[in-house]
Design a protein around this ligand. Structure first.
Ligand SMILES: [Zn+2]
Length: 270
């Protein structure tokens, strides 16, 4: 698989047009980089013609919803991408909703954000099973493991999690006949994952990692961080801080007129 970030910000969209005189995905296509073995991170500022091409080529897009909010980049048009056959998977990007890499909570963020693609209530929203599919089968394909992981089937690697649903089902208003996919996507957290099996090997049991010493690792990281930045890193950070206002002035207004027709219309002024 070839992984790259794509059109994460509106300035990226503007830059592509100025530099290549065409939308960025068409320029990538000239280079042979719009294909089934290509996975694009973010892909927020893609246009309808670019999405149509991405669907024909069966590319993969990873969407990182919390990161996209945190970085003030926008919302990946996940529903239009899925509608044309793009393989959409979930990414974390080290900027999850709780800043703790909780993939289960991030899955919930993905599930919620993309319920808002339309106010047309007759259109079915993104379902829990579809969200699970993004996190499993589609994620395996994004990582280049299609047919090997992402599902529990004969011949595939035994990658699985066991989730303790006691906390999820604790509240008295939960129907005891709940659908477990709905319950997992709506209510579970990473800390409810009791057991993790990778390639048939148990690596977490009763919430305890068996293959790494987490406390020892954290001690090591804390000691490293306590040393602070090296003079070279400090100088680089200072340089970035000095350059930042000039970069912002340089790019001001580049995206004017390029973000006026959003895929998801979430409110209105008039
Ligand atoms: Zn990213």
């Amino acid at each position: 698989m070839i992984h790259m970030h794509l059109l994460q910000s509106p300035v990226h969209k503007a830059w592509g047009r100025r530099r290549h005189k065409k939308p960025t995905v068409f320029w990538l296509d000239d280079l042979g980089l719009v294909a089934e073995d290509c996975a694009y991170g973010h892909a927020i500022h893609v246009t309808e013609p670019e999405i149509a091409l991405m669907g024909r080529r069966r590319v993969t897009v990873t969407s990182h919803p919390s990161c996209n909010f945190h970085m003030r980049n926008g919302i990946t048009p996940v529903m239009p991408l899925r509608a044309v056959g793009v393989n959409v998977a979930m990414g974390l990007d080290d900027k999850t909703i709780n800043d703790d890499e909780d993939a289960v909570m991030e899955l919930r963020m993905m599930h919620k954000v993309h319920r808002l693609d339309t106010y047309e209530l007759t259109n079915p929203p993104l379902g829990a099973y579809e969200a699970l599919e993004m996190a499993t089968v589609n994620g395996a394909k994004a990582a280049g493991f299609a047919g090997r992981t992402g599902a529990l089937l004969p011949g595939m690697k035994a990658d699985a999690i066991l989730v303790d649903l006691d906390r999820v089902a604790r509240d008295p208003w939960i129907d005891p006949k709940f659908d477990i996919a709905d319950a997992f996507v709506e209510r579970a957290m990473g800390s409810d994952v009791a057991t993790v099996v990778v390639g048939g090997k148990v690596v977490i049991e009763d919430r305890r990692p068996l293959t790494i010493d987490v406390d020892g690792l954290y001690r090591e990281i804390r000691a490293f961080c306590a040393k602070g930045l090296t003079p070279e890193q400090r100088a680089r950070a200072d340089l970035l801080a000095r350059v930042k206002p000039h970069a912002q002035t340089w790019y001001a207004g580049w995206h004017d007129g390029l973000v006026d027709r959003p895929f998801y219309r979430v409110n209105s002024r008039g």
